[in-house]
Design a protein around this ligand. Structure first.
Ligand SMILES: Cc1ncc(C[n+]2csc(CCOP(=O)(O)OP(=O)(O)O)c2C)c(N)n1
Ligand SMILES: [Mg+2]
Length: 1028
């Protein structure tokens, strides 16, 4: 039994009571400029002060000490929003604050704010300690304003042209006059408030010094956004790391290391530019700081125990990251520029060099530990790799029992335009803190060159910063000017420490520029003339930083020049070596090598996937056992009783077959993960793998994790309401270890097109582009049940169209890269890019899931799952179809009356999926059982040419018909017809020219919304199918 303890605390009614009142005060305070710092957030300051005072009364100013001692200050229980204390009420009354409010908005209840009739407006002379309080509050408010909005003034753009938040205005609250201070106050000393670390060891500072230090921290080349984080401790942690004057120092070793890294980052691009001037490389120039930033992130994390870093990134700077972060051998990179190079072991079509992945393990010198770097291959589709990286990271953590992400960590690099524009970024962020999806904090780095292709940020986003999406998960955002390497290094170090301390996401916004066009052959002056005039005059960051370091005496020029020359020699030598390479090896670019998986060469027999009757029974029983005292819903008790009856009868329905497939894979010691929206119960309430105690909140039980002590772990998890990120995540999970069954289920199949990018760019083409296999299973509910245009079609035709198989060639046994085959079915499966199935029996569903792991290779499996078949009494299988010696049937040939006299059969109907049950019912009604044979194609892709040939040969006098319930331009027809014709042609059978169609007409929409139309269409379709 498992229990989730909710950590959500709900605001109490008592605390909510104060909200409207505080709002009123806030609004009025803005109007009453003289009291403008006394806004609602002042009460937060008092809260914080009170908190400090309650720990140690000496840590607050003595006036506050007095105040708290005498006034019996009471904090509300939650929200941190505090009613003004009595002394403040008195102060408001004295200053005439309430006279400015309409009478009706002033609360009248006992204990709440009261107007003070009789007091004239205007500031009264205050007693001395009141003046001190006012000053102190003003200083606190000033500090708070810098902490909250100082970033708006930060000088983040190295070009000095733009404001990173697209707003050049100075907020009023970042001026001392806003707090009623004047020039004369600048040299007055004030106690440094406890809410800041700018004082260091000093307790008092002049206003001038306070402002200077705040400006240095918040408005120089670092802009910090963190005040929205709902945790005082976390905010304080950040404040300490940036405000404390002692914190920012890097030691000389770190500086020298960073100089060498910046040399590499800069000279690498120069070299590529010199050697292959007309090649696209999406250079990093203008944002070279990315490399030392990533490296120090990794150093810091490695020092804290991280030994696996999984990365995803777009085109920009990718080659540089490969060369200088993962340290991919330069020869392998340079090879990629050679157009004459032949693919050697590239089994597919390959990909351009700036999309390829890699996996490399090497020594990290800062921590003196081995670190594995994985750069996940990705398509052009920006940000699509984000959830894939997260899924892979989660899987790495799972397999090594790294429950808190202490060992494996992800880093995602983003472009500024893509980060703001692509919805999958948001979807991925929403996975970041979910128990079944968290990777315990990701470090996001935006390579913000302030442009997206030719589009200016002012035309590309509506949010102030390109990073604003990260605020939804309370991630701190550190903006930094990419030309100030010292600041970049500090920010990167703190970001890594944040992730390792709090296990939460963090964002580094590296604000730089793009020295050339979008790619090196583009002319940027067409569209950004002003910006590029400035860029042309901008010295490279390496030069700027090194000159600074030499001038201040931190490094010597001779040392720097020697380091530069050393790297130049490395480049020249490897370039010379790379010329001797004649082949591009795809194994060098694999992001997920599966050690020991492809060891056997074959031939492989078609796998038997049945299990012993004993195993079926054990799973059937154990999958429904409850812990002592667990109270199950009455409706489920009935469901379980029905399942028990089925077991007695040696029968299974769809749900039970699924449990048996999953259970048996678990019993073999393998891990199974099933994720998607509402998968725990199942959209159609057929699964019930997670049971909820009816009398205890958040107590649940997953019986399938209690089958045997040696079983694999079953993760079944409802996902966020996302398809793109959730499917991408599972894909990433699936590529990590081939010995697990990873499944994603769509709520209804049609929603899968929200994840089309993952299907097109990764699932169907991943192996061809990146030699990366995946055995991911997609369960897509599909079928026309009169439910209207949505929820009927999983767009089977689209998946079939994505299949790489040739419709004009009857497949023969083919050797593949890793294996040789003697079995056509296996050869086809090894050769295909997708397996697509539309299954009609529970037993076959059981087998196909088990077959995924029984194959000696991995292929994505797309299953059109049923809806009405889940409960159709005819849709049952017996144990006999699932026990040892049985296997997945690619087709179900006709097995009824028609087989008795095949020559007399007048029509052979091929169909796929649930329509089979309609067809046999109609055939029976029409008394055509001897005239019409019906064969079900269970595995559509690869197309079972061999088995279909047997049916065609058997019913040689029969007309050939393909029947489907989908519209003619949809469903399996357009895929099956040419293949049937091709097969018949290869048999010299004249029926090749006459393949009949029975089904709905072509249409624009997937299914009729009007019930009567649906039934009429169905009737017509059945008449066509039964016509002889
Ligand atoms: C989803 C998607 N849409 C469009 C493109 C075409 N495209 C390639 S790069 C690019 C601009 C990206 O800008 P940004 O994210 O700021 O990265 P940068 O190139 O500036 O580093 C565009 C629109 C793409 N690759 N992916
Ligand atoms: Mg950009």
């Amino acid at each position: 039994m498992e229990r989730i303890v909710s950590s959500l605390s709900r605001p109490s009614i008592g605390s909510i009571r104060w909200l409207p009142q505080l709002k009123l005060i806030t609004r009025s305070a803005h109007r009453a400029h003289a009291e403008s710092f006394l806004n609602a957030s002042s009460s937060n300051y008092i809260d914080e002060m009170y908190e400090q005072w309650s720990k140690d009364p000496h840590t607050v100013h003595k006036s506050w000490d007095l105040f708290f001692r005498n006034q019996h200050y009471q904090r509300p229980p939650t929200l941190g929003i505090t009613p003004p204390p009595p002394a403040l009420i008195e102060y408001y009354q004295k200053t005439g604050f309430f006279q400015q409010q309409p009478a009706h908005i002033v609360p009248q209840q006992q204990g709440q704010l009261q107007p003070a009739p009789g007091y004239a407006s205007g500031v009264q002379e205050l007693p001395l300690d009141m003046q001190a309080i006012q000053d102190h509050m003003a200083i606190q408010a000033l500090v708070r304003s810098y902490q909250m909005r100082g970033h708006k003034l930060a000088q983040l753009d190295p070009l000095g042209l733009s404001s990173a938040d697209l707003d050049a205005e100075r907020p009023h609250d970042l001026t001392y006059t806003f707090y009623n201070f004047n020039e004369a106050d600048l040299d007055r000393k004030f106690t440094v408030p406890q809410i800041t670390f700018i004082g260091g060891q000093e307790k008092e500072l002049s206003l001038r010094e306070i402002i200077k230090r705040l400006e240095d921290v918040y408005c120089h080349t670092i802009g910090l956004e963190y005040m929205y984080i709902n945790s005082y401790e976390k905010c304080d942690w950040i404040r300490q790391r940036f405000e404390d004057p002692a914190q920012k120092k890097l030691d000389i070793k770190e500086i020298r290391r960073a100089v060498k890294r910046l040399i590499r980052a800069s000279k690498f691009e120069d070299y590529l530019k010199k050697k292959w001037s007309s090649e696209k490389r999406f250079g990093l120039e203008g944002c070279e700081a990315l490399i030392p930033a990533m490296k120090i992130v990794i150093d810091t994390a490695a020092n804290k125990g991280v030994d696996t870093v999984i990365m995803g990134m777009p085109h920009r700077g990718r080659l540089n990251v490969l060369a200088n972060v993962t340290r991919k051998p330069l020869e392998e990179l340079f090879c990629q520029f050679d157009p004459k190079l032949e693919p050697s072991d590239v089994s597919g079509s390959g990909d351009v060099k700036y999309h390829l992945g890699t996996s490399i393990e090497r020594l990290n010198r800062a921590s003196n530990t081995m670190v594995k770097f994985v750069l996940v291959a990705n398509p052009s589709h920006l940000e699509a790799v984000d959830p894939v990286v997260q899924g892979k990271t989660r899987a790495e953590q799972f397999y090594r029992g790294d429950k808190h992400g202490d060992k494996a960590m992800s880093i995602l690099i983003h472009g500024d335009a893509a980060f703001a524009g692509q919805g999958v970024v948001y979807e991925t962020f929403h996975l970041s803190d979910l128990p079944a999806y968290t990777t315990h904090g990701t470090i996001h780095i935006i390579c913000n060159n302030q442009i997206g292709f030719t589009t200016d940020p002012r035309m590309a986003r509506s949010s102030p910063y390109c990073t604003d999406v990260a605020r939804v998960v309370n991630a701190p955002i550190f903006h930094v000017n990419a030309d100030d390497i010292d600041s970049v290094l500090h920010v990167a170090k703190v970001a890594a420490e944040w992730r390792c301390t709090f296990k939460k996401d963090v964002v580094i916004d590296l604000v730089g520029y793009r020295r050339h066009g979008h790619n090196e052959t583009d002319e940027p002056m067409f569209t950004q003339p002003f910006m590029y005039k400035k860029i042309h005059k901008q010295p490279p960051v390496l030069k700027k930083w090194v000159e600074k370091l030499i001038n201040e005496g931190t490094i010597q020029r001779e040392w720097y020049e020697a380091e530069e020359a050393k790297y130049q020699r490395i480049l020249d030598d490897t370039f010379a070596n790379s010329k001797s390479s004649a082949y591009a090896k795809d194994k060098n670019w694999l992001d997920s090598p599966w050690k020991n998986f492809f060891t056997s060469k074959g031939p492989f027999p078609y796998p038997e996937t049945g299990v012993s009757e004993e195993t079926l029974k054990t799973i059937g029983i154990k999958a429904h056992e409850l812990p002592q005292g667990f109270v199950l819903h009455r409706g489920l008790i009935r469901v379980f009783e029905k399942r028990s009856e089925m077991l007695q009868e040696r029968e299974v329905d769809w749900g039970l077959a699924e449990s048996m497939a999953i259970g048996s894979v678990l019993l073999d010691g393998n891990h199974v993960r099933l994720s998607g929206q509402d998968v725990e119960r199942g959209t159609f309430s057929h699964r019930h793998h997670v049971l909820h105690d009816q009398e205890k909140d958040l107590v649940f039980h997953i019986p399938m994790n209690y089958l045997s002590p040696t079983q694999g772990h079953y993760s079944i998890c409802n996902s966020s309401l996302s398809e793109f990120a959730a499917l991408g995540f599972e894909l990433g999970y699936s590529i990590t270890n081939p010995n697990s069954l990873i499944m994603w289920e769509a709520q209804f199949g049609d929603f899968a097109n929200n994840a089309q990018c993952i299907i097109d760019q990764f699932i169907c083409s991943g192996q061809a582009k990146w030699v990366r296999q995946s055995g991911l299973v997609l369960l897509l509910p599909h079928g026309y049940e009169g439910q209207g245009p949505e929820h009927s079609s999983a767009r089977l035709e689209r998946f079939l169209q994505l299949a790489s198989e040739d419709e004009d060639r009857v497949t023969e046994i083919k050797e593949t890269k890793y294996h040789h085959h003697t079995d056509l079915a296996m050869s086809q499966l090894d050769d295909t890019n997708l397996i697509i199935a539309n299954i009609t029996t529970p037993a076959n569903y059981f087998h196909i899931l088990r077959r995924q792991l029984a194959l000696p290779f991995r292929k994505p499996l797309i299953i059109m799952s049923p809806k009405s078949l889940l409960r159709l009494p005819a849709c049952r299988s017996t144990f006999d179809e699932m026990i040892t010696g049985t296997s997945f049937k690619r087709i179900h040939p006709e097995g009824g009356a028609a087989t008795e006299n095949p020559d007399g059969v007048k029509k052979i109907i091929f169909c796929s999926g649930k329509t089979y049950y309609d067809l046999i019912e109609e055939r029976h009604k029409n008394k055509l059982d001897f005239e019409i044979a019906i064969a079900r194609i269970e595995q559509l892709c690869p197309f079972p040419f061999d088995l279909i040939r047997e049916e065609l040969e058997k019913y040689k006098n029969a007309k050939v018909c393909f029947a489907q319930e989908e519209h003619k331009n949809m469903g399996p027809y357009t895929y099956c017809k040419p293949r049937l014709a091709c097969l018949l042609r290869s048999m010299d059978d004249p029926r090749a020219a006459e393949i009949n169609y029975a089904g709905r007409d072509s249409a624009a929409s997937t299914a009729a919304g009007i019930k009567s139309s649906h039934y009429l269409e169905q009737k017509t379709y059945m008449e066509q199918a039964m016509a002889l």
